[in-house]
Structure formats: C-alpha cells, structure tokens
Write a protein that binds this ligand. Structure first.
Ligand code: TLP
Length: 352
C-alpha cells in the first residue's frame, strides 16, 4: 500500500495537529541527514536548525528538544528558584497538561489567573505579583501561551505581550512564552514570530504540531540561558545523540510549513460555521482565529464521550475536553473536503 493509500484509509483525525505524518520531503531529508553526536555538539544538522531558529526569532541561541513539555520545563527551571510561583492563565498547558512538571523539576507552584479568553493582561498579572514575605512565595516567572490551546487557539494582541513583558521586567520577573503554536499566531495576526516574542525572555515552539515534523520542539533565548538549558535537557534525559535525523525534518517544518497554516485556519473557521448550524451545538465561529475549535455539545443531550464513540464508528476521531465541550484541531492531513465530510459525521453523531 502506498503512503497516500494508507493515509486515505486513516479516516479523519481531528484530535490534534500532533497527529500529522511527516511529508515525503521530510522523510527524504531524514534519510539523507548528515549527523554527529549532538551531546558533543557535533551534529551539523541540529546545529544548523538551532542557528536558524535563533535567527528566525531574533534571539541569540536555540536548543532542540524532543518535546514541547521538555522545552517548557527547562524554561521554567531556567528562570525560577525552588519555592517560587509561576503566574499563568488558569487553563495554561504548563499547569494542566504537563504532569506538574513545574513542581517536579523546578520546585515551583502555579499562581493561576482565571480568564475568559485565556489571555493575561498586565493589570491582572500585577495584582498577583508577590514579593517574598512571611507568608508568601515570591513570583519567579510569568508564563503566557500563544496561541492559547484550551481557549480555542486564541492569539495574544502584540501590544498586550509587550505590556506584560515591560511590567514584569520592571519588577525583575522574567517572561516565558509557550509558543507551541506561535507560527499559527503569527499567521493570524500578520506579525512575525520575532515581533510577537521580541520582549519575551524565552520562547518554546513546536515543530511537531501544525508544522508537521514527526518529533521536536525548540527553545530560544539568550546564549547564556541556552547553555544552561543544554545541561537541564541532559538532566531530563533529552541528550539525543544523532538527532540530526529528526532535525532534518524540523528544518523543513520551520522553513516551508508556516506558509500553509492559513489553510488550516480557514478550515477551522469553516468547521466552526458548520458546527454552529447543527442543533444543540454552541460555538462562536467569529472567535476562531487559528486551527483550534472548542465547541459545546451539551445542548445535544449527548456527552462528549458518547459523541467521540459514535464518531469513531464512522472513522472519525475527535476528543472531548470535558463532558460538555469538545475540541477539534485542523492540520495538514485534513483537507477542506475532509472538513465537509467531518461536519456530516458530526451532525449524524449528535442526532437523537
Ligand atoms: N498539546 C497537546 C496535548 O498535550 C493537549 C495537544 O494535542 O494540543 N504547549 C501547548 C500549548 C501544547 O498544546 C502542547 C501539546 C505542549 C505545550 C506540549 O507539547 P508536547 O506534546 O510536544 O510535549
């Protein structure tokens, strides 16, 4: 069976943009990659990818890490000391989906701020900043997520990021951006990733989500921070030896794939518009800015688990985020035609 035939048999997988398979160009580049031992800093393909990522983000240096979780974990460790607090949105990935890594590795607790749309602002951050006191743990870091996954792919206005960074820096507090999908944010707001993250001390971004690489994320920041980050990566077991095989796919993800993200965004918007017309489903299509749609299915009388199971029988995969709400994520392995078919399947699956 050819690769294309096997992909057609896969059905429609909208669980996440992490499910994408590497493109033919990526597979070729992986097969041909020049490699060395990256723990010795001798893998030319990894070195080239790190240099390019730093350049694209306008930062001094970058570090190739196996996962976004590891990139965020290292960043939090870099900027904090044991016993400090990390200010983040209440639905942040670092708080809810990373197995309390900030406590496990950095010895920090989260100071979550509930928000309507997942986006922090300086006023709210300032209200939660704490100095060391007889009862308080001091604030070690502010963390912002762009795009915001569980808020439905929301994008930070660039001015808001600058305000948070300027405010935090004036108080001696660093800012880390979980930019797992920062290229989606850049496409949605028409700014470069360098502009979006200019004032952030570190940024983690994923090659393995919308950009389609099979594995890999990057951390970018100052040379000093990345030298320390390299040691933390090793401590976490992330020294990957001939990782150029992976970085070769990452290079294509970084260089070629951002240009196609607008297609994912229009597919997501179309899905949201179609969902809004299905009785019992609630979603505001105008709020869909990138490739994630979170929609409320409670009005259908079915739980998200039931709907997931019914869709699975039709060869389609979508997960619930809780019993009332489901999330779908568009990506390079779903076409506009797949999205139309997906809407049909959902309409059937929610029907009484
Ligand atoms: N997100 C995954 C799941 O963990 C929920 C997904 O399917 O969306 N930051 C953000 C904002 C993320 O969305 C993710 C992954 C990560 C970090 C972690 O990246 P990995 O999975 O590479 O550790």
């Amino acid at each position: 069976m050819s690769l294309n035939e096997s992909q057609e048999k896969r059905g429609i997988d909208l669980r996440s943009d992490t499910v994408t398979r590497p493109t033919q160009a990526m597979r070729r580049a992986m097969a041909e990659a020049e490699v060395g031992d990256d723990v010795y800093g001798e893998d030319p393909t990894v070195n080239r990818l790190e240099a390019r990522a730093a350049e694209v983000f306008g930062k001094q240096a970058a570090l190739f890490v196996p996962t976004g979780t590891m990139g965020n974990t290292i960043a939090i460790k870099l900027h904090t000391r044991h016993g400090e607090e990390v200010i983040c949105d209440a639905r942040a990935h670092v708080l809810n989906y990373e197995l309390s890594m900030m406590a496990w590795f950095a010895g920090c607790v989260a100071r979550p701020i509930p928000t309507e749309d997942g986006l922090l602002d300086w006023e709210r951050v300032r209200a939660e900043l704490r100095p060391l006191g007889p009862h308080w743990a001091p604030t070690g870091l502010v963390e912002i997520e762009n795009t915001h996954n569980m808020a439905g792919g929301m994008v930070y206005p660039i001015a808001r990021i600058a305000e948070i960074c300027d405010g935090a820096h004036a108080h001696g507090v660093k800012v880390h951006m979980d930019g797992a999908r920062i290229f989606n944010a850049a496409v949605a707001c028409g700014a470069s990733v360098a502009e979006l993250s200019a004032k952030c001390d570190t940024v983690m971004f994923c090659l393995s989500k919308g950009l389609g690489a099979p594995v890999g994320s990057m951390l970018v920041g100052t040379s000093g921070d990345m030298a320390r980050a390299r040691l933390y990566r090793k401590r976490l077991g992330g020294g990957m030896r001939q990782a150029g095989v992976l970085a070769a796919a990452g290079w294509i993800a970084l260089e070629q794939m951002p240009a196609r993200l607008a297609q994912d965004h229009s597919n997501a918007r179309r899905m949201a518009e179609g969902l809004a017309n299905i009785p019992g489903i609630q979603v505001d299509a105008n709020k869909v800015q990138t490739n994630i749609v979170i929609f409320d299915v409670s009005g259908t009388g079915r739980t998200s688990a039931e709907i997931s199971a019914r869709l699975k029988e039709r060869g389609m995969l979508i997960n619930g985020v809780n019993p009332r709400c489901m999330r779908l994520v568009t990506h390079l392995d779903v076409t506009a035609a797949d999205c139309e078919r997906a809407l049909g399947h959902i309409e059937e699956a929610v029907a009484p």
